[in-house]
Design a protein around this ligand. Structure first.
Ligand SMILES: Cc1cc2nc3c(=O)[nH]c(=O)nc-3n(C[C@H](O)[C@H](O)[C@H](O)COP(=O)(O)O)c2cc1C
Length: 210
C-alpha cells in the first residue's frame, strides 16, 4: 500500500493521517481493483452505525474489467461535467438508501444519513489502502433507477468513482487546477458551537465593546 500524498489536507490539529489523505481525485490509473479488495472496502462500509441497526445502505458497482455493462450504465447517469473524468476510473459505484425500516415499514428519516456514514467509512478504508473514491451528486437518480430496476422503496443517493489515484498532469487543464488547488475547510468557530447555538446578539455591532 502506497499512501496518496497528493494534496494532503493541512488542518490545525493532528488528526488521523488517513483523514488528511482522503480526497476526491479526478485522475486515476487504469489499475483494476480486484474483487477481493472490493469486498474488503464494502465490508468497511458495512461496519458503520445505523438507526435501529437497519443498515439501509446498498451499493452497486461496475468495473471496466469485470462488469463493463454496469460501468456504462452508471457512467451514462452522470452529468457531462462528471463523465469527462469519471470515464477513466477503473470502477464506478452507486450508493442506494432503503427508505423504510424493515421492522415496521415506517419511513426511515435517517436512511440517507446512514448511507453517508457508510460511504465515509468506505472512503477512509480506501484511502488507508492507497485508493480513493470521488462521490458525486451530479447524476440522474431516475436513470439509475430505470437502468438497474431499483424498487420504489430504495433511492439512489450518490454515484462515485473508485480506484488508484493517477497523475493530475493527465487531466485537462481546468480539472488539473482543481486537483491541486489548496484544500480548505471552514474554521472550527463556524462549525462548532460550544455551549449553544450562536445568537443574533453575538453579531450586533452596537453591543460590541468600544
Ligand atoms: C454528496 C457529494 C456530492 C458531490 N458531487 C460532486 C459532483 O457532482 N462532481 C464533483 O466533481 N465532485 C463532487 N463532490 C466532491 C466534492 O466537491 C468534494 O468532496 C469537496 O470539494 C471536498 O474535496 P475533498 O473530498 O477532496 O476533500 C461531491 C461530494 C459529495 C460528498
Amino acid at each position: 500500500m502506497t499512501p496518496d500524498t497528493t494534496n494532503v489536507l493541512a488542518l490545525g490539529y493532528e488528526i488521523l493521517p488517513v483523514l488528511t489523505q482522503r480526497r476526491s481525485p479526478r485522475a486515476y490509473t487504469a489499475q483494476p481493483v480486484p474483487t477481493d479488495l472490493l469486498h474488503l472496502l464494502f465490508t468497511a462500509a458495512s461496519s458503520s452505525a445505523s438507526c435501529f441497526g437497519e443498515q439501509p445502505w446498498r451499493y452497486i458497482v461496475g468495473s471496466q474489467a469485470a462488469t463493463p455493462e454496469a460501468f456504462q450504465k452508471i457512467l451514462a447517469s452522470m452529468g457531462g461535467f462528471n463523465q469527462v473524468w469519471a470515464k477513466d476510473a477503473p470502477v464506478l459505484g452507486v450508493s442506494v438508501a432503503k427508505l423504510t425500516f424493515s421492522h415496521d415499514g415506517n419511513p426511515n428519516a435517517w436512511a440517507r444519513h446512514d448511507v453517508g456514514q457508510a460511504s465515509a467509512a468506505l472512503a477512509i478504508q480506501a484511502a488507508a489502502l492507497g485508493l480513493q473514491i470521488h462521490q458525486m451528486a451530479g447524476f440522474s437518480p431516475d436513470a439509475i433507477r430505470s437502468s438497474f430496476g431499483i424498487p420504489a422503496d430504495y433511492e439512489p443517493v450518490a454515484v462515485f468513482t473508485l480506484g488508484y489515484p493517477g497523475d493530475p498532469a493527465a487531466l485537462p487543464e481546468a480539472l488539473r487546477e482543481k486537483e491541486v488547488a489548496p484544500r480548505v475547510r471552514k474554521p472550527l468557530s463556524e462549525i462548532l458551537f460550544e455551549g449553544g447555538w450562536p445568537q443574533p446578539k453575538d453579531e450586533r455591532y452596537d453591543q460590541a465593546p468600544v
